[in-house]
Design a protein around this ligand. Sequence first.
Ligand code: COA
Length: 703
Amino acid sequence: MLEALFAPDSVAVVGASANPSKLGYVITDNILKYGYKGRVYPINPNEDKILGIDAYPRITEVPGPVDLAVIAVPSKAVAGVMKDCGEKGVRAAIVITAGFRETGVQGGQMEREVMGIAAEYGIDVLGPNCLGLIDTNSSLNASFAASMPQRGQISFMSQSGALCTGVLDWAAVNHVGFSTFVSLGNKGDLNEVDFIRAWKDDPNTKVVMAYLEGVVDGQAFIEASRELTRVKPFVVVKAGTTSAGSRAVSSHTGTLAGSDTAYDAAFEKAGILRARSVGDLFAYATALAYQPLPKGHRVAIVTNAGGPGIMATDACEKNGLSLVGLSDETVERLRHVLPPAAGFYNPIDVLGDALSDRYEAALRAAFDDKNVDAVIVLLTPQAMTEIGATAQVIVDLAQEYDKPILASFLGGKDVAAGNEIMGKGNVPSYGFPEQAAEALVAMVRYQQWLDTELEEPVRKSADRERASMTLIAAEKAGRLKLNEMEARQIVAAYQIPLPRTQLANSAEQAVHFAEEIGFPVVMKVISPDILHKSDVGGVVVGIRDPKSVRQTYQDILIRSRRYTPDADIWGIAIQEQVEQGKEIIVGVNKDPTFGHMIMLGLGGVYVEVLKDVQFGIAPLTPRQVHAMISRLRSYPLLTGVRGEEGSDIDALEDCLLRVSQMVTDMPAIAELDINPLFVYPDGKGVIAVDARIVVGSNESNPE
Ligand code: COA
């Protein structure tokens, strides 16, 4: 897949120039000078030769076939060039040119025109507005980057071209190699999903990394990423996480960035490791690319200084790693090889005057301990410290043992030589101990993801027809906000328990229903025109006898008419007054990128203050639902505190799965609130006391 882009047999540069200050020159030069083996055709209307090779006035005049066209002509000329590419039978194109969608409406039109032509001819297009692409396996540097990265096993895509060049420079200093390097630009045609799919099957790619500002198709992104992460890690830094950042993103590439919560939920669903900064992106990716995955989360730290050891310990424990107790055997062994003042427990302190031999002895003991899954080695440079020799010991041991080791040599100038040795020897080395710990956490999480079997959403029995008929009827009546009876009907169709309710149209009928349901009852006005029933005095609770039912029936009608004289009143609902349970809120809204997001919160009316909520993207699986519930801060309130009986968590899980199925079946649902959902003690189930549903046109939120 995308063979013509990554490893074409021939490349034409349209807009190639003999003038070294032009992009068209730099790109042609980059293709020629880094060892690309295919044929190269500069295209320029005025030159016979560029950089010593034959140039052609139009791509259509090139004698042989052309797989890939790199286009660097002014934006107005791109459409014509794309047509020529189509006529020539070009299979893929990289449009470097800027001045399209990112500049506004006119640019957007121009971009659509160019993409339309490409689609007509079946040309895959990278860009426009991008830096280009580098593939170190085919030695193709079809970009205007200032250098060629060394060959490696990381593939990287970036939505920011400028970031690409910075990353390349950083990678060169840190000996990080790439397999493929892609600047996505405006994603007019090819987007992140195409590359995720291509790299999944690429034997030269071991780790995929991305800098993204938004994704084009949320569900396709999750699906493709889930498949990718089954076979290789995917680390992403998503920019625009704050609202100010999101605004900057919209103006930057014209992408409407989804809300950050949705991204967190999507990444979790797809097994993507989220990096919070570009620094973390590399910290994680290099660890994953160069070191074996740890079998568990037990870590040993070897250090020649106490302070950094404590910092690393804190960072490990904060992130769920365990500073394992070393076995008696290991402690005994350390007593033999280290001076008496050394630290024989974890962290192992080899002391400030340690030479490389002491490091070697301590590291071997740590690696050999069967309680240890991974090692972090720290070094601070003292006068006698053997920086280079210690780095070499670490590199050699990393090759010998099948457990991961991550290093942090603190300092700058003095430790540079050690870092260089480890960089070349594939031992990731970090500026600070916390980074090493966090990179190890990323490795542990990825191993846990691999250990967890993928789960499909389960299907629950439901009366889908009844639910969709209700929805269609409301839509036909032009009502986007469903009234309570309609919302109840839909919730009931998905077999989520509700308080028993009957709609009465007379006081006598109200009494009859109340007797049938059993006292006490709740009475509520039902009208499509009265959404906030309590505000008009339209809800009365605790009605205990037939006389009060009759009286309340009249009172509610009078009050409702007084406040909203023109309201179309459908009747008064007589409802079972249910016992108080633990108050949960289950909500759904539609994220522009990922679709339905399901929210779970605990705390009743305080939910907005406490913000104890969890999100998941539909369709939810049982494990996801379980994780959402157990991650609530107030989860212990559900399991039961101080001898209190635990709540019916199974019923809550079932309810969330049913809500997930409901919104997946009916994409027109834009919002849903079950608030409160009462959860009762174990075995006693849940009841959706109140439900609110808002319908939207398929894609947009009506609010
Ligand atoms: N076919 C072939 N060659 C063409 C052509 C066509 N249809 N139209 C123009 N050319 C040639 C020109 O003659 C010129 O060659 P010359 O130097 O021999 O005269 C060359 O292509 C470039 O055209 P020119 O008009 O000089 O444009 P330019 O080099 O100043 O700018 C871009 C072209 C693409 C670099 C510019 O429009 C642009 O988009 N720059 C921003 C790129 C960017 O930042 N991308 C995003 C990075 S993240």
